[in-house]
Design a protein around this ligand. Structure first.
Ligand code: DAH
Length: 344
């Protein structure tokens, strides 16, 4: 009997079923009503009292071994795992996990910030819900002036007056906050989200992102503005990118200009990105209007300065040849994954 038990013990210990069916066969063989354990207990009935004492314990231990083995394996199968899975094999190759990617607009924003930081600009931010003063009046948009209609505004509270509250239409509002709250010189860039009441299409959206730039000090001239922006473009789009300035109008700058760069797609020879002109507009800029300085309690006789504002979407479109603005806010991973970058 001892021999039999030893042999079965070895068999049970080595048992490793490949399927639930194997386990069932095991159960029937050892624990079934006509199984080995039942048989051993039947044999046990007919042994002498001396052997009963010896084998009683051995037999019970053996039964317990079979039951425990069965219960453990059953639990593993019931949980959907294969028995092998539960054994930790440290030699197996690890399962890779997917690294996320930065949003293309974040990449562009970070790149812009990086370039201007090297020129000594600090980063500043302001609120997205703005009052009339910071978004319009301080920036020299006269009340009832048609210039206010240049930007379709989402009003939160509207009395046609000074206490209007709106979603900011541009980051130029942050200029005002910065100048009001500090003392010149100022050298800052101000990234942020802005809102306009526009129908959503491939070319327009009701929210987008801008970076505003402001440089106020004594003796700042248009030449400083041109050189700073020229350097920025060479850094961002590569050496040899051409720039040109066209006269324009903004209430808060005088003189004002729009800056074009040679088309980043065709290099200037003409393509449908630049509408076959060879040039694409990337930002508005100018010398800060003395009225704006005075509105912010800065002595416009002593200080001058320049400002500029650009759309991050536009800069990104030109960098990666993206033709539909809606892609930026749809969160389609097939789009976002194309900008796989190391998370830093
Ligand atoms: N705020 C203007 C816009 O949203 C962009 C702009 C133009 C900003 C000229 C400036 C500037 O600072 O000088 O259209």
């Amino acid at each position: 009997m001892q021999e039999q038990i030893d042999q079965y013990t070895g068999e049970i210990n080595a048992f490793s079923p490949a399927s639930a069916a194997d386990l069932e066969t095991f159960r029937i063989k050892f624990l079934g009503t006509k199984g080995i354990i039942k048989d051993l207990f039947d044999q046990f009935k007919s042994v002498g009292p001396e052997e009963k004492r010896t084998y009683g314990k051995v037999l019970n231990q053996f039964k317990q071994l079979a039951e425990t083995k069965y219960a453990e394996l059953k639990e593993t199968f019931d949980s959907g795992l294969k028995p092998q899975d539960s054994e930790l094999d440290l030699t197996l190759p690890g399962e890779g996990f997917e690294v996320g990617s930065r949003h293309p607009l974040s990449l562009t924003r970070m790149e812009i910030i990086d370039i201007f930081k090297r020129l000594g600009f600090v980063v500043a931010e302001g609120p997205e819900i703005e009052d009339d003063w910071h978004n319009f009046s301080a920036l020299n948009f006269p009340e009832e002036h048609p210039a206010r209609d240049m930007q379709d505004t989402f009003f939160i509270k509207k009395n046609n007056g000074k206490d209007d509250i709106a979603l900011r239409t541009h980051t130029s509002s942050v200029q005002v906050r910065m100048m009001e709250n500090g003392k010149p010189p100022f050298r800052a860039i101000m990234p942020g989200r802005v809102y306009r009441n526009e129908a959503i299409s491939a070319r327009a959206h009701c929210f987008f992102h801008q970076v505003e730039g402001l440089y106020i000090d004594e003796n700042v001239s248009f030449a400083d503005l041109k050189q700073t922006l020229y350097h920025f473009v060479q850094e961002l789009y590569g050496e040899g990118t051409k720039v040109r300035f066209r006269p324009s109008y903004f209430p808060f700058t005088e003189p004002s200009a729009e800056m074009d760069i040679s088309c980043t797609i065709c290099g200037g020879s003409g393509c449908n990105m630049c509408k076959y002109t060879g040039w694409v507009e990337i930002l508005g800029c100018g010398l800060v209007d003395p009225n704006v300085l005075e509105n912010c309690n800065i002595d416009s006789k002593k200080y001058t300065g320049f400002a500029f504002g650009m759309g991050i979407e536009r800069i990104t479109n030109l960098k990666y040849v993206i033709r539909d603005l809606r892609l930026f806010s749809e969160n389609d991973v097939r789009f976002l994954k194309q900008f796989q970058t190391e998370i830093i």
